[in-house]
Design a protein around this ligand. Structure first.
Ligand SMILES: NC(=O)c1ccc[n+]([C@@H]2O[C@H](COP(=O)([O-])OP(=O)(O)OC[C@H]3O[C@@H](n4cnc5c(N)ncnc54)[C@H](O)[C@@H]3O)[C@@H](O)[C@H]2O)c1
Ligand SMILES: [Zn+2]
Length: 357
């Protein structure tokens, strides 16, 4: 298969390119090398194009002879503040629209999209009295008072967190999350209109070698890893009890290859299917910080009680659907993956200031 990997120079994209090549496929990369993701040009071998997904002509040229598209290009993370919103929407949604329009024109009918668990907002919760409930965003007064766990909107009882499935209602809480959900909606509209088949792999918290350093656009594991590299203790927000599903980047890469190979069999024409892509091994953020600090041989994490308004308390999912449909499951165990990550080199981003090795 000849596969166009947008964002193929990035953290996850570069692992996908390797996994595709290892399986005998022919990846071609299109990447704008955003400064937020690349301080210095990454080492890139193979076929690649330095271009933006919003550039219609470049995308049309990149699609020549391509069988399927693996769309990873996006601005990621929470960003600095709301002023980043137009850039997120432009990159992620206008970019996806331009790509899909070019695919429509060029007759490319298979798409695997980098989805995200952020589309769900808070995870799944059950109240002992009211069953499944959907707590809204947490109030700042509660967070400031250290009341981090959402309570039942009906009766105020503490809730039991569970695992979200793909049919859970979506509830994006940040600009980035809204753009990731809009990408899915655009891909579904494209599929319906041209008879295409699309898969959205809703990745959980991806970590591993090549993860960018601590920029406002990076994930929590890289903040901890960067702190340790500076000889500092990882600082853990809230009380460290936030539950997440940490999935290794190599597992995410094999999920993409599995999805690309199976799209024609598992997805009906004119539709999009979403698959949670996680390790199915929920851990707390505090546990992750401890695992990294221990493996690195650095200072123990410090739990600060600080919080960020856009953060959700618990989000873990069931990855049963992808296991059943594609036969994929995460293979890298948490302890081994984190131990290796503690020693792996990180990738620079232009926003990591001087002296932040
Ligand atoms: N890292 C995670 O934990 C995680 C979780 C869920 C979903 N995702 C999704 O996975 C995908 C890859 O993320 P990542 O963590 O590898 O981030 P990354 O920043 O390392 O990679 C993204 C790549 O896309 C490129 N890019 C961005 N905008 C572009 C544009 N307009 N045109 C061309 N190239 C562009 C960047 O230069 C970069 O190389 C993204 O779509 C992201 O939303 C990541
Ligand atoms: Zn209740």
């Amino acid at each position: 298969m000849r596969v166009l990997v947008t964002g193929g120079a990035g953290f996850i994209g570069s692992h996908i390119v390797t996994a595709l090549t290892d399986r005998g496929h022919e990846p071609v990369v299109l990447d704008a090398l955003l400064p937020a993701a690349h301080a210095t040009p990454p080492p890139l071998d193979g076929e690649w194009l330095h271009a933006d997904v919003r550039d219609r002509e470049a995308v049309a040229a990149a699609l020549r002879g391509v069988d399927a598209v693996c769309h990873q290009a996006a601005m990621v993370g929470l960003g600095k503040d709301f002023a980043d919103a137009p850039a997120y929407v432009s990159c992620n949604d206008l970019g996806t629209a331009v790509l899909l329009a070019a695919m429509a024109e060029r007759g490319v009918r298979e798409l695997v999209l980098a989805g995200s668990m952020v589309v769900y907002g808070e995870g799944r919760y059950d109240c002992p009295r009211h069953g499944r409930v959907r707590p809204g965003p947490r109030a700042e007064a509660d967070l400031a008072a250290g009341r981090f766990d959402p309570v039942c909107p009906e009766c105020g009882t503490p809730l039991r967190p569970g695992r979200v499935k793909e049919d859970a209602p979506t509830d994006p809480r940040t600009v980035y999350a809204s753009t990731k959900l809009a990408q899915e909606h655009l891909a579904a509209a494209w599929a319906r209109s041209v008879g295409g088949r699309a898969v959205s792999l809703r990745y959980h918290n991806v970590y591993g070698p090549g993860m960018p350093r601590d920029t406002p656009y990076a994930g929590v594991a890289s903040f901890f890893r960067s702190a340790l590299a500076r000889g500092e203790a990882p600082t853990v927000f809230e009380d460290g009890g936030q539950r997440r599903d940490f999935v290794h980047v190599r597992d995410v890469a094999t999920a993409n290859v599995a999805a690309l190979e199976a799209v024609p069999e598992v997805v009906a024409p004119s539709s999009l299917t979403a698959y949670n892509t996680g390790s199915d091994d929920p851990r707390t953020v505090g546990e992750m910080a401890t695992a990294l600090a221990t493996a690195f041989g650095g200072p123990a994490p410090v739990v600060t009680g600080a919080y960020r308004l856009g953060d959700v308390r618990h989000i873990t999912a069931s990855s049963r659907r992808i296991r059943e449909a594609l036969g994929w499951r995460a293979a890298v165990p948490f302890t081994e993956g984190m131990a290796a990550f503690a020693r792996a080199p990180q990738r620079g981003g232009c926003l990591s200031g001087p002296g932040r090795a």
